[in-house]
Design a protein around this ligand. Structure first.
Ligand code: ATP
Ligand code: MG
Length: 383
């Protein structure tokens, strides 16, 4: 397994790749179209052009554009009609209209149809530059706000589910332990009676399953209550590996580790980060289904003051189509899974100010989960 034997696996960065803003210029006048393309191109935008509304809609169906700069009178449609179509099918794309007839009623029509702004032809380069810049700044601000809103909504939902689940699970613990104690008592009393022993061991097995479930729920609710202290992450990882060794050996899984020496202390909740690693290792074992290799590595990213922790396994490739869903609570592809493991992992990592990423590599038949934790403040606490 290639990627597992690497000591310093390289992965794409966590931040989304951000290219230049993409602009589509729609104008049947070649001179005006080319001028806009050249001016905007010189300002660093990625510009495409076309001469009709029909072609603009066709291009929009293939590529994502941040802004359409369209002439008001096009050979095949009015600019107002084009704005309506764009706003209906691609609400995330802004439209700025260029018009030779700068009447108030035209401006009102275009704005009503959903245009961000309009400019009157002929316009100086600076006016084009300012209008486009303002529109795109507004565009990215709106995108940022809607991202934050949806994150907040998700967090709120998670916190409610977590609190409810935790409370129910907590109350289930007592009755479960009483059932278990009764089963153990009867086991002692009925020792030697094969038939009853079988029934009792079935009861105990199911109690264990329920205990596992309640533990998951309690952890899920606890994942939002993080108590940080300064810890040596290498020691913490080694402890998790020591505790996981028997189940890995049982499945004939070789565990490799690559831990950078002299790591600085990290401010973290040791129990919860251990839980994160246990969840990732359990998932790896379950995905491999049989013998294979797991690599646990810890790297230092000094410039960004972070530590990166990765758990990579051979013999399974996380499918691309479920990559977005796996961190949602209750998403599972397993018959007996609850789908809570990675939701807990994400909540804990993000609660520490970090981020987690999953990567399936079909070429090497491996899956890697990689998260970072910030180092900020840990030194002071450690002193
Ligand atoms: N190492 C991996 N390789 C391939 N797929 C994985 C891996 N880890 C997780 N997955 C996928 O992500 C899904 C969600 O994982 P998660 O840990 O949240 O839930 P689960 O393991 O199904 O159930 P639970 O952890 O609650 O018992 C899994 O069902 C599986 O499809
Ligand atoms: Mg799991």
């Amino acid at each position: 397994m290639n990627s597992v034997s690497k000591t310093n696996p390289s992965h794409p960065p966590f931040s989304e790749p951000t290219g230049p803003s993409r602009i589509l210029v729609v104008d049947d006048e070649a001179v005006s179209r080319d001028l806009c393309r050249d001016f905007l191109g010189m300002d660093g935008y990625a510009v495409e052009t076309c001469e009709t509304g029909g072609k603009a809609l066709a291009l929009l169906s293939i590529h994502k554009f941040d802004l359409v700069l369209a002439d008001l009178s096009l050979p095949d449609s009015s600019g107002v009609e084009l704005i309506k179509q764009i706003k209906y099918h691609y609400p995330g794309t802004d439209v700025v209209i260029m018009t030779a007839f700068g009447s108030v009623s035209t401006a009102v029509d275009t704005m009503r149809a959903g245009a961000y702004d309009y400019i009157t032809k002929p316009f100086p380069r600076d006016l084009l530059r300012v209008t486009v810049k303002r529109c795109l700044e507004n565009h990215s601000l709106r995108q940022e706000i809607s991202k934050i809103q949806s994150e907040l909504f998700k967090k709120d939902k998670l916190a409610t589910v977590g609190a409810m689940a935790g409370a129910i699970a907590h109350r289930m613990r007592n009755p479960l332990s009483i059932i278990q104690m009764c089963a153990q008592y009867l086991e002692r009393k009925l020792e030697g009676n094969e038939e009853y022993m079988e029934i009792l061991s079935a009861i105990e097995e199911k109690v264990k399953t329920l205990e596992g479930l309640t533990r998951d729920f309690v952890e899920f609710s606890r994942a939002s209550r993080i108590k940080k202290a300064s810890h040596r992450i290498d020691k913490l990882v080694e402890e998790v590996l020591r505790n996981s060794a028997p189940k890995c050996a049982f499945q004939k899984v070789e565990v490799l580790q690559s831990i950078k020496p002299d790591l600085p202390p990290v401010l973290l909740d040791a129990d919860l980060i251990q839980e994160v690693l246990i969840n990732l290792i359990d998932n790896a074992l379950e995905a491999m289904k049989g013998p294979g290799k797991i690599l646990l590595s810890v790297e230092l990213d000094k410039p960004h003051k972070r530590v990166y922790v990765s758990v990579a396994n051979s013999g399974s490739v996380l499918p691309n189509e479920i990559k977005e869903k796996i961190f949602e609570p209750f998403f599972t592809t397993k018959e007996t899974g609850m789908g809570l493991g990675l939701a807990i992992v994400k909540q804990v990592v993000e609660g520490h100010g970090g981020k987690i990423q999953a990567l399936g590599d079909p070429k090497n038949n491996t899956t890697t989960f990689r998260f970072y934790l910030p180092l900020t403040g840990a030194h002071k606490e450690a002193e």
